[in-house]
Design a protein. Structure first.
Lengths: 357, 371
């Protein structure tokens, strides 16, 4: 008989291997930010493009230009409905890309915007989204310098898709990377989790739930800049906790840096409305998407200063320290539950699916 | 959240855990089965085993509605969804359950019209809004979800919705428990009873367990404190030499159940002669089908289905897991060939399945244990 510990070792060895993309069809799970997405990225995309910068699997890639480090990133936005409490696709498209730069410690400089529009889209809707993009860009201090438009036949896309590419200059005070994370580092989260994904789920009106929950979409550059000012060299790694939520961000970092993250369930800020909706749906808020929440790994010496600085940034008043980095078991995220037990917090296989009872 | 947070109070939890410790008889090992997958999920989700002494072993039971659906029924659902003009509405849990060739998620990617719904009434709404489509609701679950299917069917009949039907896979909790208790080596000392099912059926269907099989039984809620409290009540019965059906979940589950829900079920459903359970095989009179008055809404009568019984994959030991005969990690394919992302067995798919709960939440070497 195999012992339990032996079985666990075999599993961890299997999980440590690079995933292979063997699926016959792309399913919705490949887009959900969980294990299926990881398989697609690490099993097909990263090996095919064979780029050292891409292999870092960060939110933005680093390019050196005449001795200066530039960060480059791109993102597509296909959200439905296109407007929801607290934001809309246009605002999201700007902030999402700005935030990918921000968590790479890059001051956002310029964006490009590509629009794929569905035949029949009301011009007023388009105008509203373009204005939302302009306002978000202005708020984030970033210029839209190029763009493209395509129109497809009715039914070939869902009102509009937006793709933005962003360029930023990496702050010289920053020395971030998954390789920099060490046992003892503290884990911060910049604000209450799960609001964006919950707002979208409710806006779809499929759940028959009504609650005042707004998306948290916002630029995170002010938050990052404040932390750089307060604890520049002590910052180890930042990640934008979008698809798959804080749980997925922590898992990606634990895995990439070969450490264990121990989070405390009690310490994670969650708005009561989000907690209640998640409870009804049987979904853990830690897995719900955010559009204005980052996780920060900070050396112990800088953790207090970084947290205090973070709390001065707009929308980050409820930032909190939620955990600490340990050594064992490597690549895993453990949670001290509010009830006094401990458990694993793994990547999800695909979308978080509501339970039936 | 009232009525939730009170039952997640760590201090109270520690108090109950101390009570549990004080009830142990020296040298005795206790095996308690939590029947419901919701309990299994909570036990791992809150790390309850950390609060229990080594002498108290929790064994996972057969009450995960997704886990007990046999492969043939998944194949039938996929066959329904693949038909021209048909929309299949199902709960999200079912999407990743493997059929013999593919999952519903795969079938959806291949072009079948499959919609995830949160309640059977959502399926009814889809039927109303799409009169040109034949909408089939893939109904699963124990007595917990059967009443909402029943009410949906009565409404469909009242509205004379011609494009709506139900592929009924509702099962009942009593027969599989009886089947387990009849197993020769079933060494369970007591049961944590399914709270949600009890809100509908009450305590009566469980009385045979104490009366005929001499095992204490405590119906429990789903918060961590509920479960610990139920374990304490079971140990107290064992310490006192009592053997009764008790109700820890009185705030939601009246001893007599819910007569309105029971009436709706009695009107819409009747017992099947027999139903195949995954890993447990055919169990007589263990599942529900639509009553003759609802025949027009029965997908099994309206559509031709393959209806084949498909044996479980050879490597799969879900049956042994569902019977509590082995721990999830003792299964030959656990965590290697069978993972939540590529599951062979149902227990690895549903968040309430014992294997998925253990894999997702419990899979790590604890302090003080050899790694």
């Amino acid at each position: 008989m195999r012992s339990e510990q032996r079985v666990l070792e075999i599993i961890e060895t299997a999980r440590g291997k690079r995933p292979r993309f063997k699926d016959e069809l792309v399913t919705m799970a490949h887009g959900a930010g969980g294990k299926a997405s990881q398989t697609l990225i690490e099993g097909l995309l990263a090996p095919s493009f064979d780029s050292a910068a891409l292999a870092e699997l960060g939110d933005a890639g680093a390019v050196e230009v005449d001795g200066r480090e530039i960060a480059l990133t791109t993102d597509s936005f296909v959200v439905r409905p296109i407007r929801f409490p607290g934001g809309s696709i246009g605002e999201l498209a700007v902030n999402g890309t700005v935030n990918d730069l921000a968590v790479s410690a890059a001051r956002p400089l310029a964006l490009t915007v590509s629009l794929v529009l569905e035949e029949g889209l009301a011009a007023d809707e388009l105008r509203a989204e373009v204005e939302a993009m302009a306002a978000a860009a202005s708020a984030a201090g970033v210029e839209v310098v190029a763009g493209d438009t395509k129109v497809v036949e009715r039914g070939r896309c869902d009102s509009m898709y937006v793709c933005t590419t962003g360029l930023g200059r990496v702050d010289p005070r920053a020395d971030l990377g998954t390789g920099k994370i060490e046992p003892g580092d503290r884990v911060l989260v910049s604000g209450p989790v799960g609001a964006h994904g919950t707002a979208i789920m409710l806006a779809r009106d499929e759940l028959g739930l009504d609650a005042e929950i707004s998306s948290d979409t916002r630029s995170l550059w002010p938050a990052v800049e404040a932390m750089l000012d307060a604890a520049g060299a002590e910052l180890r790694c930042l990640r934008d906790a979008t698809r798959g939520g804080v749980a997925s961000a922590l898992n990606e970092l634990a895995r990439a840096s070969g450490v264990c993250v121990v989070a405390s369930e009690d310490a994670v800020p969650v708005q009561p409305e989000v907690a209640a909706a998640a409870e009804l749906l049987g979904i853990d808020p830690m897995y719900i998407a955010n559009e204005g929440v980052l996780v920060a790994f900070v050396a112990p010496a800088g953790a207090e200063a970084a947290l205090a600085a973070l709390r001065t940034a707009p929308g980050c008043e409820r930032a909190a320290e939620i955990g600490e980095v340990g050594a064992e078991p490597p690549g895993m995220v453990l949670v001290d539950t509010a009830f006094g037990g401990q458990r694993v917090m793994d990547l999800l296989a695909g979308d978080p699916l509501p339970r039936i009872c | 959240m009232r009525f939730v947070e009170e039952f997640r109070d760590a201090e109270l939890g520690a108090t109950v855990a101390a009570q549990i410790l004080s009830l142990l008889e020296p040298g005795r090992h206790y095996k308690l089965m939590e029947i419901c997958g919701g309990h299994t999920h909570s036990i791992y989700r809150y790390g309850l085993t950390d609060l229990l002494p080594d002498e108290v072993e929790m064994v996972h039971g057969p009450g995960c509605p997704v886990c007990v659906i046999p492969m043939g029924r998944i194949d039938d659902a996929i066959a329904i969804a693949a038909r021209e003009g048909v929309t299949l509405a199902c709960f999200g849990d079912m999407m990743r359950v493997p059929g013999s060739e593919q999952t519903l998620l795969d079938a959806k990617a291949a072009g079948a019209d499959i919609r995830v719904v949160y309640s059977p009434l959502d399926a009814l709404r889809i039927a109303r809004e799409n009169p040109e489509r034949e909408v089939v609701f893939f109904a699963i679950g124990f007595e917990t979800t059967a009443p909402s299917t029943a009410l949906t069917m009565t409404r469909a009949r009242a509205e004379r919705l011609a494009n709506f039907s139900c592929f009924c896979n509702h099962v009942t909790i009593e027969p599989p428990l009886r089947a387990l208790l009849d197993l020769p080596e079933f060494g369970i000392d007591g049961f944590v009873g399914p709270g949600h099912v009890a809100t509908v059926v009450g305590l009566r269907p469980f009385e045979f367990i104490a009366a005929d099989y001499g095992r204490p039984f405590v119906v429990a809620g789903f918060e961590p404190l509920d479960i610990l409290h139920a374990i304490e009540m079971l140990l107290r019965q064992l310490a006192d030499g009592r053997c009764e059906v008790e109700n820890q979940y009185k705030r939601a589950a009246p001893d007599a159940g819910n007569p309105v829900a029971l009436r709706a079920m009695a009107e819409v459903f009747e017992l099947r002669e027999s139903f195949e359970w995954r890993g447990l095989g055919e169990i007589p009179r263990s599942a529900l089908k639509l009553a003759p008055a609802y025949a027009d809404f029965d997908a099994e009568l309206r559509l031709e289905l393959p209806g084949a019984s498909v044996p479980d994959p050879q490597a799969c030991q879900c049956g042994d897991v569902l019977k509590g005969a082995i721990k999830p990690w003792e299964c030959k394919v656990f965590g290697t060939a069978c993972t939540p992302e590529h599951a062979i067995g149902t227990c690895m798919v549903s968040p309430e399945g014992a294997c998925a709960a253990y894999y997702n939440y419990g899979r790590f070497a604890r302090e003080g244990e050899p790694a």
